[in-house]
Every structure is written in C-alpha cells, then in structure tokens.
Design a protein around this ligand. Sequence first.
Ligand SMILES: *[C@@H]1O[C@H](CO)[C@@H](O)[C@H](O)[C@H]1NC(C)=O
Ligand SMILES: *[C@@H]1O[C@H](CO)[C@@H](O)[C@H](O)[C@H]1NC(C)=O
Ligand SMILES: *[C@@H]1O[C@H](CO)[C@@H](O)[C@H](O)[C@H]1NC(C)=O
Ligand SMILES: *[C@@H]1O[C@H](CO)[C@@H](O)[C@H](O)[C@H]1NC(C)=O
Length: 692
Amino acid sequence: MIIKVFFMMAITLAITITLTMISMHGDSKETRSEPLAVKPFPKRVNRFLAETKNSRSADHCNKDDEICYILEGKNSTCCNNKCMDLTQDKHNCGACKNKCKFTSSCCGGECVNLAYDKRNCGSCGHKCMPGGIVLTDAVPYDYNFNTKCLENPDKPQYNGGIVVNPELKDGLNGWASYGNAKLQVRKSKIGNEFVVANQRNRSFDSVSQEFILNREKLYTFSAWLQISHGEATVLATFGTQRGFYDAGSTIAKSGCWSMLKGGLTVNESGSALLYFQSKNPSIDIWVDSVSLQPFTQEEWKSHQYQSIEKIRKSKVKLQAINSEGKPLANRTLTIAQKFANFPFGCAINKNILANSDYKNWFLSRFKYTAFENEMKWYANERIQNQEDYSAADALLEFTKSNGVQVRGHNVFWDDPKYQPSWVPNLETQKLSDATTKRINSVMGRYSGQVISWDVVNENLHFNFFESKLGDTASSSFYTTARALDSNAALFLNDFDTIESPGDGASSPDKYLQKIKQISDGGYDGPLSIGLEGHFRHLNIPYMRSAIDKVASSGLSIWLTEVDVQPGPDEAAVLDQVLREAHAHPSVNGIVLWSAWSPQGCFRMCLTDNSFRNLPTGDVVDRFIGEFSGAVVTATTDVNGFYETKLIHGDYEVIFKDADPYKFEKYTKPQRISHHLKVEASSSAEDIFRFQF
Ligand SMILES: *[C@@H]1O[C@H](CO)[C@@H](O)[C@H](O)[C@H]1NC(C)=O
Ligand SMILES: *[C@@H]1O[C@H](CO)[C@@H](O)[C@H](O)[C@H]1NC(C)=O
Ligand SMILES: *[C@@H]1O[C@H](CO)[C@@H](O)[C@H](O)[C@H]1NC(C)=O
Ligand SMILES: *[C@@H]1O[C@H](CO)[C@@H](O)[C@H](O)[C@H]1NC(C)=O
C-alpha cells in the first residue's frame, strides 16, 4: 500500500516545477510548428482579384452600392471601392471593414465560430445535430460551498448522488473500514447520525465506500468532516488498481463540521475505493453527508454554456428613431463588437520590443498582460542600490501606447530562491530597510500605471519574508502597497490551488486561511485572488470546486499564469482550462503564461519562432473568438425595436441605408453609427434609443 503524504508531494511539486522551468529553456519548439491554415476565400471576394489594380470594373464602385447591385446582385455593397458580399466576407462581415477575428467565419453577415456555433455547425447555415450541446434535463451544477464550521452538517449535495447511505441513516450500510480503523455510527444531540473512524494509526486509516467510476464522466465530490481534537487537513482520495486520485481536502476541526468539496475524473473505468487521509493518525475522523455526483461531458458543457449565457451576456433592447423621434421600422442595423469586456491576456517579455512579428501577433489578440520577469526585484536591483528599470519602463511604454493593461508582477516573491543574490544574507534590520526601499521604489514608479499588483508572490508555498521579518510581514507589505497605489487591485498569487488537489500547501482552504491571516495581521484593505494555473494533469471537476471554494470569500478571482505542461494533450487541456475558467461565475480575468523567447517559452509556447500558431495558439484564437468580434445584423420591428442578447463589451450600432433607389446616383450613402455598451447590469428593460 502506498502511503501518500501530501506535504511531501508539495515539496516534490515545487522541485518538479523548478526542474521543468530549467529544462524548458533548452527545448526547441520548432518541430511542433504547423503551417498557417489558409481558409479558402468566398467565391466573390477573391483576394488576388480584389488586390490587383484594374482587374475588373467592380473594383471601382466609387462608394456607390448601385454599381455593385447592378454588377453583382442584391447582396453586394461598395466597400473601400470594391464590391463585397457582406453576408460572406470575413473582412467585411455585416458591414464594411468589420473584420471577423482569427478563426471566425462570416455567415449571413455575422462573425461566427464554426466550431462552436450551434446555428452554423462546421459550415454556414448548417445546424448542429443532437450530440452537440444538449441543454435539456442536465442536472444543474451546485456552485455552493459553505465556509462555516457547523454544529450539524448540511444535507449532502445532489442528495448524495451515487453514494449509498450518504447520511449514515442506515447504519454502516455501504460503508467499510479502510486500513486499521474501527468504525462506529454515532448520533448527535438532535439525532443526526454520522460515522466515526477511530483507533487509526496510519494516515489513511479511515472509512471507505466502493464505486464503479466511468472514465467518460466528471465527478463532483463533497462531504462534511469533523475530527476528535485539534485541527487537521483531511484529504479525500479514490484508490484504484492502477493508482490514486486525490479529490479534494478540507481543514477539519473538532467541535463542528467542515465541508470538503472537490472532484475527479479517472483514466480508466472500473472500481475505485473512496477513503480519507490525515497526516495525524491519533485523531478520529468523523464523516457525514457524502456526495458523489457524476456528470456526462454534455452536462458539464451545458453548465458552462448556461453559465456564460447568464454571467457574460445581457439582453439589450434598442430602438431606431429618426431626427423627429419617430421609430424607424424594418431597418437593417449592424451591431459590431469593438471591445470585449472579459479581460484575457498573455505575459510578455522584453523580446517583444525589438520584434515586430511578436508585436503584431500579440497586439492583434491581447489587451492585458504581465511582464514575465522585468518587474521583479531581482531584475530591478540585481546589485544593491543599483536600480535598473530600463526593461520594465520600455515594456510599459509599449503597452501604454497600445492600450494594453498590465498586472504588476511582482513586488516581492516569498520564495527564497528568487531573491536578489545580496538579499538572503542581510541581517533583519537591513532586510527590513531594503524591503521598504524596494516597495516604495517599484510601486512609487509605476503607481497608477498598472491595474493590479502581485504584492507578495507565492506566500502560500513560501515564507522567506515571514521567516526573517515576522509572521505579519505579508500583511505589512499589503498595507504599504495600498498606501502607494490605492486604485490598483492587490493580489495574492500562488500555484496548485486549482491544479492539484494533493498539494496541501496551497489548497483552497489554505488560501482562505492566508487571506484571513493577512487581515488578522493588520491589513484592512481589499484583496484579490490570483490562481496561477500551471497545469500538468487535468482534473476539471476539481478545478471548478476549488474556484467555488475560494469564491466563497467574495473576492475577485483571476487566473494569472495559465500554462499546460507540453505533451500530446497540451492544446486539448488548455482548451478545457480556458473554457472552464471563462464559464465560472467567479472568474474575472485570465492571463496566459506564454511570454516568447527564441530559446523557448517558460513551459508553453503559443507560436513557433516565426509567430505562426502552434495548436495551443489555435486554441487561444478560438477561445478569443467566443467573446469578441461578434457582428449581428438586426432588423427593427414595426416600432423600430430590436432585442437581442449580447456578450459584454463595447459595440458600434451602424445604420447604413444601402437602398440604392433611395438616393440620387453618386450621392453618399448614409452611414451613422452609435456606441453601445453592454454590461452585466444591462437589461432589456432599459431601451437604448439611437437616432439615425
Ligand atoms: C443574399 O443573401 C441571402 C442571405 O445570406 C442569401 O439567401 C441569398 O441567396 C443572397 N443572394 C444573392 C443574390 O447572392
Ligand atoms: C496499528 O493498529 C493495528 C490494529 O489496531 C495493529 O495491528 C498495528 O500493529 C498498529 N500499527 C502500528 C504501526 O502501530
Ligand atoms: C492518469 O493519467 C495520467 C496521464 O497519463 C498519469 O500521469 C497518471 O498517473 C494517471 N493516474 C492514475 C491514477 O493512473
Ligand atoms: C420590410 O422590408 C422587406 C424588404 O426590405 C419587405 O419585404 C417587407 O414587406 C417589409 N416589412 C414591413 C412590415 O414593412
């Protein structure tokens, strides 16, 4: 029997990450490059023809749609002196110069992603067959997580799901001892029954139940736990013939019940034994209200779909009126998204400054970033008292002039390995002075110019500053940070919280505990939660449950350093991670950790060295296409109204009277546009009136 001690795992993981980091730099990603997929252009908009001068008279429509109408037929419009079919042209979709993003296609004047659009499944106008997204009769996902330690546990989620006797109302039916533990069913004062595993003498001695798990399914797991004395982390694990799957942990206490929430998927279908582990073998483990709920992939996708419909989109109603305020009935409007609300970014480094291909690739995709190393202490003060901000300054100049928002990464890093080399040997007072100088220097310099700061990076896994300056070191840094840049969001930032249920150092419970410690230590301002997201294997149900848990704090959550270990599943895993994060109601932003270097990226590259997308880059482009670049062709009703649901963002509502008979030949067709902001607070109750 393998005894799994998760504290050891934490150390192993830390070492693995360091090793991965070192080994990755030597990796050449060239072999994985793929030629850019070139999509055939729609028939009538042959790019070669269109770009060749005098190739045909239709290239000189001279802003007159009638010429196009006569030459090309009804759907042709004069765009940029060329006749274009706005229903099909990717570069002029629905309106002139409305370019569809990346892998989107133009169907009926609307930019859609053929991979995900149910109305245009694989090709324009081809509806998805059943087997795409199934929205009916899916068991809704339960996002709740109760942080309170309760006198009596809550009912099991999903009534226990596939757990036999989940509330221990039927004695030990369904349950068995695991290892040396003896089992007992006890009753609380109000008559609640639960099982106690006692006489434990090894970490894994506990209570168990056997399940047959299906590799196609996603399992959400929850239970309520209490221990006989003190406070201890209890981990739920499923053992199979081939190995072990950790499903989640909680910090259990004596005297009250704590909720454990997690989940798992398995590599192979078959039998699995649930059991619980705690490093402390002298405590009894009490268990009640256990739930294991399977979901099909379709159900899981439908949760994501429904969540996106609910949290990332809003209904809007607009009315087109004329200069006298009279409604304009039966008019065609184009609603084109200009800016996507959802913050999605990617790290950059100084290599971008002198590389125009890198610049173009990055700027055509991202409005958010973080600098890979350039704002870190070891980069800014490699030699004591010799500050060098040249790289960070230059990067900030680049981002500012291109409207890209920056996460300040980072003021301090609690990992002893990543201090400037002169720092670890400083005596306490000198170290304290050096940290004061550092925080004032970097935050004073960039205050007001970044949207957020990772103030003490990775202070769940490491405690360099606490060990030298005392337990409240992080707390004091956050207090100073707030005074220096009161508008920026101040983040904690650590790895493994959503990636690895077995890492006890940064479990969601430890994260919540750290937040409490920082406020107990004297910091009374707001905090935000940074989940790095360096994925190795994927456990999507666990990822969702871990976000549910940290979300119970009510704080803003970003995934800050998303990448996936290279391997055959890298792109597929990235795809699932991005989808899950975007669909989670509590995630407010995502930044990828894929700054490019000619020698390779930290772990995950999105392009080859010629900035052609790798499969991971294609995943990113498809993902971007899901919340940006929407173009909708709308027709107002008899009262001038048009109602629809739009993903949050800034839109341009364009009215272009293209009726060739309405205007004298060669007069300018009207094109009037208005700005429309669609936010979470938007609703069909508020009518946007646009005068055309
Ligand atoms: C114009 O567009 C509509 C809708 O996309 C299509 O059904 C129709 O066939 C097109 N007409 C011509 C002449 O191309
Ligand atoms: C643990 O307990 C079992 C039975 O209660 C006993 O047989 C075993 O020797 C004990 N092991 C240790 C390491 O104390
Ligand atoms: C499941 O598969 C992954 C990736 O192939 C592997 O690393 C892991 O050890 C497997 N887990 C078990 C319990 O077999
Ligand atoms: C709206 O316009 C279309 C064509 O432009 C026309 O066929 C239809 O009759 C109009 N409907 C109303 C209510 O005016």
